[in-house]
Ligand binder design. Structure first.
Ligand code: ADP
Ligand code: MG
Length: 877
C-alpha cells in the first residue's frame, strides 16, 4: 500500500484503519463510518473501478490526498457480492461499540471476511451447484484434498499417492477458491496445481497451518471427538493436514462458530469411474462448450430434480459414476420401480416441490444468518416429511427408505408453526414475527400498545367534555411524542395543568403528565416487544440448531429420492431402457441414441445405432466416413451411455449391456474442440499421452480424429501407432473407438487381431451424398469432402475447380509419391512396411534439398543461387 504520510502526522482514525488493514492485506477492507463502509488507498481505487462508483479523496487539501470511496451500509450486500464475483475478498470492519458511549475513537474490528469460496447468501449462490472451497496438501509422499461448501456444511476429504490424480480431482471439484500452503520445499507440485487450476482464486496460507498435529486437533475440537476414526480418515495424514488447514481458514474468516460442520466424509478416488476434466468438457456433461450453460448437456437432459439439494446431488452422481456393481444395481432397481409407478411418482414429486433448500437453511440457521421467513420455509419443508414417508413405503427399494424417527422434526415443524407468523417481515429487529398466543408476556405487551390506541380516543373525548373545546385533538409526532392540540381561539379555555410546548399559526400544542406517563408505557411496550420477539425468535432458532444434524440427514435423504425420481422421470419420458452390467468387458448397445443430440436435431429423425465391443474380437473399432456423417456422435453416445449406466440411470437404447468401466478417456481432434485457444497440437499430444499412460484393460477410450493438428504424414503415423499401442496394452488391449478421416487406418484391421472397421453409411446420388447415419461393418475409401463442401454452400465454380485439382493429384505420379516407413521397424503383427498413399509433402522436398547442401564448400554466388531456388520452391507450395 502506498502510505506516504508519516504515521505520526495521521489522524487516530487513519492509524486505526492502517493497523486493521495491515492484518488483511489481501482483502478489500470495508471500514464502517456512520452509515457507510469506506475504502481507502488502493482498495478504493480497485473497488471504485470494479463497482463503478465515484472515487474521491479524503483530505483533499493535503499534499497527498488519500483516495477514497464508499458504499451505503444498507446496500453493502450487493456491492460485496459484485466484488466476490470478481474474485476479490472483502473484510468487513464494523464498529464494535456504541459510538455514543465510546470514549474517543470508536473501537472497530473485522467481523467477517467474505471470500469467493465462503458465501452463505442465497443471492450469490447457484441453487443447484455447490460452492466449494478447496485445500490441497502434500504430506511426505502423499497428496490430499479437502473440500467444503460452507453454505451446506458438505465437507469431504480424499488422499492419494498419485499427484496427477489429485490435481485432476481438484478440477473435478471445481472450487471457487483454493488454499495452499505457502511452502518452500514441495513447490513444484503446488505450482503445477495452480497452473492447472487456471483462474481459481488462490490464497497462500502459512505452512504451519497445515501441520498434522495442529490440524488434527482442530478437527477433533470442531467435531467434539477424540479421534477421526469415525470419519474414516484417522490414518490419512495428508487428508487431515488439508482438512485441518481448511477448517482453520474458515474459522479465521468467519470469526464465529461454524457448528453446522459436524463431520467430514472420506472418499476414495478409485471408487468412482474416472473421467478427466477435458473429457468431461468434450462430452458436454455439465456445460455446453459453446454457450457455457447447462442447455444441451447431459445434465440438462437428465436433471429433472425439483429440490436444490437434489440438483446438487444429480451433478455429483454424473460427475462421480460408481464402479461397484452392487451400488449401481441398487440405484437401477430403485429407478425401475419409480419409472413404472407413474401416479405415485407424480405425487411424490409434487410433495418434493414444497421442500426448500434444507441444507442451506440449516446452515444459515446455525450461522445465525436466518430470519423468520427462513424458519417458515423450513417448516413447510418439514411438513412434507410424513406424506413422503407414507407414500414411499409402497416402494421396496431400500434407497427410498430412511430409517430414522422423524418425530422430532414433526415436533419442530409444529413448534415453528405455533411461534412464527405467516406474514413475518424480512428483518428480525422490529417485531411482527411471533404469533399471538405463543407467549403470555408478549401478548400483554401487544395489548398495551393496542389498548393504548383506545385509551387515546377515550382521553380525547374526556378532555373535550371537560374543557368544552369540541375541536380538541390528541395527536402524535416524532418530535414531542403525544400532545394535545387546541385551536388559538380556544387557548384561553385550557386547564392550568396543560403545559404549552409549541405555538403554531392557528393552534397551540400542550402536553400533560398523564399523557407523558401513557407515552412511556406505550413506547416502552413497542421497544420491549421488539426485544422480546427477537429473544423468542432466537429460542426457536436454537431448537432448530439443536436438530440440525437430523435436518441435514433428512436433506440427504430427500436429495437421493429426488435424484432417483428424476432418473425415473427421464427414463419414462424419453423411452430409456434398463442397462445390464457385466464384468467381462462386453458392450452391446442395440439401437442406441445420443441422449442430447436426439433432443436437439430439428427436422431430422435421430437414427439409432447398434454398437458391439468386447475384449476378444471387437476391441478397437476404426470408424471412417465423410465429415458430418455422424462419427463423433456415435462415439460420444457410447461414452455417455456407459457413464449414465454407472451413475444408475437408464439409457437411450432398445437394450444395453454395459461393461463395468474404470475410466473413460476422450480425445477430440483439435478442429473439433470448440474451446478456442486450446487447439494446439501440443495440447492434443498431452492428452493423448495421458490416455496412453493411464488407460487400463477395463477402460473405454474415445479417439476422435487424432493427429489432425499436424501434417498429414505425422498425423497418420501417430494415429496408427496410438491405435496399435491401445490394441496391445498390457497384453490385453483396451476398448477403443477410433474415428478417423485417414482411410489408411482401415489397413490396421488386417494386421491386428481385435481391430474392426466400421463406417457410417452415405448414399451417392447424382454426385451428391445423402447421410444415412447408419453404422455399418467395413471401411470406406472415399472422403466425399467435395460433396460435403457443396452441401455447405461453397460456390459451384470452386467445387468444379477442386474436382479438377483432385483428379490431377490422384493421377500425378510426381505429386503423390509412395511413402513407406522405416523398414527395420516392423509395423503390425506380421511386420513389414506399410504402404501409404499420402498427399505430397512439399516441405519435405525442401528440407531434403537443404540437408544436401554443404555451405562450407559453396561460393557466395552458388549459395545465393541455391537460396533463391529454395525461396522460389517454397513460394510455389
Ligand atoms: P462427424 O463427426 O462424422 O463429422 P457428427 O457426429 O459431428 O459428424 O454429426 C454431424 C451432425 O449430424 C450432428 O450434429 C447431428 O445433427 C447429425 N447426426 C449425427 N448422428 C446422427 C444420427 N444418428 N441421427 C440423426 N442425426 C445425426
Ligand atoms: Mg466429428
Amino acid at each position: 500500500m502506498r502510505v506516504i504520510q508519516a504515521k505520526s502526522k495521521m489522524t487516530p482514525m487513519m492509524q486505526q484503519y492502517l493497523a486493521i488493514k495491515g492484518q488483511h492485506r489481501d482483502a478489500i477492507l470495508f471500514y464502517r463510518m456512520g452509515d457507510f463502509y469506506e475504502m481507502f488507498f488502493e482498495d478504493a481505487e480497485v473497488a471504485a473501478k470494479a463497482l463503478d462508483i465515484t472515487l474521491t479523496s479524503r483530505n483533499k487539501n493535503d499534499e497527498v490526498p488519500v483516495p477514497m470511496c464508499g458504499v451505503p451500509y444498507r446496500a453493502a450486500q450487493a456491492y460485496i457480492g459484485r466484488l466476490i464475483a470478481g474474485g476479490h475478498k472483502v473484510a468487513i470492519c464494523d464498529q464494535v461499540e456504541d459510538p455514543a458511549a465510546a470514549k474517543g475513537l470508536v473501537k472497530r474490528e473485522v467481523v467477517r471476511v467474505v471470500t469467493p469460496g465462503m458465501i452463505v447468501e442465497d443471492a450469490f449462490l447457484d441453487e443447484k451447484t455447490h460452492n466449494f472451497i478447496l485445500a490441497v496438501a502434500q504430506e511426505r509422499d502423499r497428496y490430499a484434498l479437502a473440500s467444503l461448501d460452507i453454505s451446506t456444511g458438505t465437507f469431504r476429504v480424499a488422499e492419494s499417492e498419485d499427484a496427477r490424480a489429485v490435481a485432476e480431482e481438484a478440477l473435478r471439484i471445481q472450487p471457487r477458491e483454493m488454499i495452499l500452503p505457502d511452502a518452500g520445499e514441495q513447490r513444484s507440485f503446488y505450482e503445477q496445481l495452480r497452473r492447472r487450476m487456471g483462474e481459481t482464486a488462490t490464497t497462500l496460507v502459512d505452512a504451519g497451518e497445515f501441520r498434522y498435529a495442529r490440524s488434527r486437533r482442530r478437527l477433533t475440537d470442531q467435531f467434539a471427538t477424540v479421534s477421526l476414526e469415525g470419519f474414516g480418515c484417522e490414518h490419512l495424514r495428508a487428508a487431515i493436514c488439508a482438512a485441518g488447514a481448511l477448517l482453520g481458514y474458515v474459522q479465521e474468516t468467519q470469526r464465529q462458530k461454524v457448528a453446522h460442520i459436524g463431520g467430514v466424509e472420506t472418499y476414495y478416488l478409485d471408487s468412482f469411474l474416472w473421467l478427466d476434466d477435458m473429457s468431461c468438457r468434450n462430452l458436454e456433461l455439465l456445460k455446453n462448450l459453446r454457450t457455457g450453460t447447462r442447455q444441451g448437456t447431459l445434465l440438462g437432459i437428465l436433471d429433472k430434480s425439483v429440490t436444490p439439494m437434489g440438483g446438487r446431488l444429480m451433478r455429483q452422481w454424473l460427475r462421480y459414476p460408481l464402479l461397484c456393481a452392487d451400488g449401481i444395481t441398487a440405484r437401477l432397481d430403485a429407478v425401475e420401480e419409480a419409472a413404472m409407478a407413474h401416479t405415485l411418482r407424480a405425487e411424490l414429486r409434487q410433495h418434493l416441490k414444497s421442500v426448500y433448500d434444507l441444507e442451506r437453511l440449516g446452515s444459515k440457521v446455525s450461522m445465525g444468518q436466518c430470519n423468520a421467513r427462513d424458519l417458515l420455509a423450513l417448516k413447510e419443508s418439514l411438513q412434507q416429511l410424513p406424506a413422503l414417508t407414507a407414500r414411499l413405503a409402497d416402494f421396496s427399494s431400500h434407497l427410498f427408505s430412511w430409517d430414522t424417527d422423524t418425530g422430532p422434526l414433526a415436533d419442530l415443524a409444529a413448534h415453528i408453526d405455533d411461534a412464527i407468523r405467516e406474514d413475518a417481515p424480512v428483518t428480525i429487529q422490529e417485531g411482527g414475527m411471533i404469533k399471538p398466543g405463543f407467549h403470555d408476556g408478549l401478548d400483554a405487551l401487544i395489548r398495551v400498545s393496542r389498548d393504548g390506541k383506545g385509551w387515546l380516543v377515550r382521553l380525547e373525548s374526556e378532555e373535550r367534555a371537560r374543557t368544552g373545546i369540541g375541536s380538541l385533538k390528541v395527536r402524535y409526532n416524532k418530535v414531542f411524542g403525544y400532545y394535545i392540540e387546541v385551536s388559538k381561539t380556544h387557548s384561553k379555555s385550557v386547564p392550568v395543568h396543560y403545559v404549552r410546548k409549541q405555538t403554531l399559526v392557528n393552534a397551540e400544542r400542550y402536553i400533560t403528565d398523564e399523557l407523558k406517563t401513557f407515552e412511556n408505557e406505550v413506547m416502552g411496550a413497542e421497544e420491549k416487544r421488539a426485544a422480546l420477539e427477537l429473544s423468542l425468535f432466537n429460542g426457536v432458532r436454537e431448537k432448530v440448531m439443536a436438530l440440525n444434524p437430523l435436518i441435514q440427514a433428512a436433506a440427504g435423504w430427500i436429495a437421493r429420492i429426488d435424484c432417483l425420481l428424476s432418473f425415473a422421470e427421464t427414463a419414462a419420458l424419453n423411452g430409456y431402457c434398463r442397462p445390464g452390467l457385466n464384468q467381462e468387458g462386453t458392450l452391446v448397445i442395440e439401437d442406441g441414441r445420443h441422449p442430447v443430440v436426439e433432443k436437439m436435431i430439428a427436422g431430422e429423425r435421430f437414427v439409432p445405432n447398434t454398437v458391439r465391443m468386447d475384449q476378444k474380437a471387437m476391441q478397437v473399432l476404426v470408424i471412417t466416413g465423410p465429415n458430418m456423417a455422424g462419427k463423433s456422435t456415435v462415439l460420444r453416445q457410447v461414452a455417455l451411455l456407459v457413464l449414465m449406466a454407472q451413475a444408475g440411470s437408464f439409457v437411450p437404447a432398445a437394450t444395453a449391456e454395459i461393461p463395468l468401466t474404470d475410466r473413460i478417456f476422450t480425445r477430440v481432434g483439435a478442429l473439433d474442440n470448440l474451446s478456442a485457444g486450446q487447439s494446439t497440437f501440443m495440447v492434443e499430444m498431452e492428452e493423448t499421452a495421458n490416455i496412453l499412460n493411464n488407460a487400463t484393460p477395463r477402460s473405454l477410450v474415445i479417439l476422435d480424429e487424432i493427429g489432425r493438428g499436424t501434417s498429414t504424414f505425422d498425423g497418420l503415423s501417430i494415429a496408427w501407432a496410438v491405435a496399435e499401442y491401445l490394441h496391445d496394452l498390457d497384453g490385453q488391449g483396451v476398448k477403443t473407438l477410433f474415428a478417423t478421416h485417414y482411410h489408411e487406418l482401415t489397413e490396421l484391421a488386417r494386421r491386428k487381431r481385435r481391430v474392426r472397421n466400421f463406417n457410417i453409411a452415405v448414399k451417392e446420388w447424382n454426385d451428391n451424398i445423402i447421410f444415412l447415419r447408419k453404422l455399418m461393418e467395413g471401411g470406406t475409401n472415399r472422403s466425399y469432402g467435395i460433396q460435403v463442401a457443396r452441401l455447405a454452400g461453397i460456390p459451384e465454380s470452386v467445387i468444379k475447380r477442386s474436382k479438377k485439382i483432385l483428379f490431377l493429384i490422384e493421377n500425378d505420379e510426381h505429386l503423390a509419391p509412395k511413402l513407406s516407413d522405416n523398414a527395420d521397424e516392423p509395423v503390425g503383427e506380421k511386420g513389414g512396411a506399410v504402404q501409404i498413399d499420402l498427399f505430397q509433402s512439399g516441405e519435405k522436398a525442401i528440407v531434403d534439398k537443404l540437408k544436401a547442401l554443404d555451405v562450407t564448400r559453396m561460393t557466395p554466388v552458388d549459395a545465393l543461387n541455391a537460396l533463391d531456388d529454395l525461396c522460389r520452391k517454397s513460394r510455389s507450395l
